[in-house]
Design a protein around this ligand. Sequence first.
Ligand code: AHR
Length: 490
Amino acid sequence: MNQIHIDPSRKLGGISRNLFGGFIEHLGRCIYGGIYEPDSPLADENGLRTDVLQALERLQIPLVRYPGGNFVSGYRWMDGIGPKEDRPTRIDMAWHATDTNQFGTDEFITFCRRLNTEPYMVVNCGDGDMREARDWVEYCNGTQDTALVKLRRQNGYEAPHRVKYWGVGNEVDGPWQIGYKTPDEYARAYLEFAKVMKWVDPSIKLIASAASHWQGGTVVERTQQLLEQAGKLIDYLSIHWYVGNPTNDFAAYMAQSELIDERLFAYEGLIRALCLQEGLAPLIPIAVDEWNVWYRTHGQADHQNLEEVYNLEDALMIGIQLNSMIRHAYSVKMANLAQLVNAIAPIFTNKQGLVLQTIFYPFELYSRTCGTTALDVFWKGETFSGGTHTGVRVLDVSATLDDASNRLSVYVVNRSQTESMETTIKLDSACFGGGVQAYVVNGPDIKAENTFDNPNKVGTTPAQLTADQQTSFTYTFEPHSVTALVFDLK
Ligand code: AHR
C-alpha cells in the first residue's frame, strides 16, 4: 500500500507565481502563424490570434519570456519597432530562417497586457553590445524626455512599458549560441551590461544565463565567475533543461525525475556555497527559464520548426517536472515553460483553429490549483527501476497549501503503465474539512496524442469527492495519470 504523509505545518517555503511562466521565441510558427497572424479571420485588431489568447488565458501565465532563446543572440531590437512598412527583414542565423520584424517590442507588450501577464525581455549578449541593451531598457521603461522615450511615444506608447524582468543573454554556455562566451568572458560582459541596464532603471530584475549545457559544460566555473565578478547585480541565476524519451524506454523516461531533482539539489548547493564565500545574502534564486519535453525535433537538420507532437507520457513528464520545482520552491522562484505555441508547445495551431496538446492539461491543472506554500511531503510505496536509477517510487508527489483559503493541493503522478495505485493520504496536525476536488489528466494509453482529427484523447476529468475521516483519505490513482486532489482543511 502506498502512503503519503503530510503535515501542513512543515513548510518548505513560499511558492512564487512566476513558477508558471511561459516563453515565446521568434522560431518557426511560434509567433508568426501562432500568436500573431494579422491576416487571419481569427485575429483581433492587433493581429493577435483570439483563439490562441483564449487558450493561453486558461494557463494563467504570470510572465512571458521573449524574444529568445537562441534567436535573441543575433537580434537587433530596433529592427522591430516603428512603422511596419519600414521594418527590415533579416536573416535569423539561430534557426536558419528570416524574420520580418513585424512583431517586435511594442507588439509583445500589447500581447502581454492583453493576456494580463508580465513581460520578461532577454537582451542580446551574443553579437549584441551593452549599448543596445541599455537603450532597450530606456526605450521600454524611460520616463524622461530622451530621444528613445520620444521614439516610444512617437510609436504610440505614451506610458512606459515598465518591463521588470530582463535576461542578459541566452545559453551563452552553449557552443551552438551566436556569440558563445567562456565563463570569464560572460561574467565580465554580464557585469558591464548589468551595470548600465540598472543605471537606466534601478528597479529592474536581472537574470544571468548560468547553465544549459550540463554535459561537458562548465556549470561550476561559470557560476563561480558570475558570483565572484557580478554577484551583487544578479537577481536570478538561469538554468535550462529539456527531457525526452529518445530510446522509447518508458521506465527510463519516467526515472528522469531523479536527474531533475539532482540538478536542483546540486545547483542549490553551489549557489549556497558561493553566496557564503562572497558574502551575498539572501541566496540568489534559480530561474528555470526554459524547461519542457523536447527530443523528437531536437538536432534535426531542418529543425521541423520544433513542432513536437506530444503524447500522454510527455504529459506525465510535465507533472514530474512541476512536482520537482514545487519541492524546490524555496530556491526556484521562476520557471518558463518553453515554449507556448507551435514550437515545442502546449498549443498547436493551423489556419482554422487550434488543438490543445497533452502537455497543456497538467500545466493548466497545476497553474490553476497551486497554493502559496510548498509542503514537505513524505511518501513511500512501490518502486521501479529505470535507466541508471533503481528504487524509484512509482508515485511522484508534491503538495502545496494555499494560505488564504486553507486549501491543500496534493499532486501525484502515477508512473505505472498498468497498475492503479491505492494510496492512503495521512494528515498530521490538521484535519480534512470534508470537500475534495479531484482532477485527473489521463488518456487511453501512454502514446495517446491529441490531434486535429482526434483532439480529446487526453484531457482532464474532474470529480467531487468527500474526505469523511478526519486525518486519513484513501484514493486510487489511475495508471499513467497526473492527479491533483484539492482538499479543504478545517
Ligand atoms: O526553446 C528552444 C531553444 O532551446 C531555445 O531557443 C534555446 O535557448 C534552447 O536551446
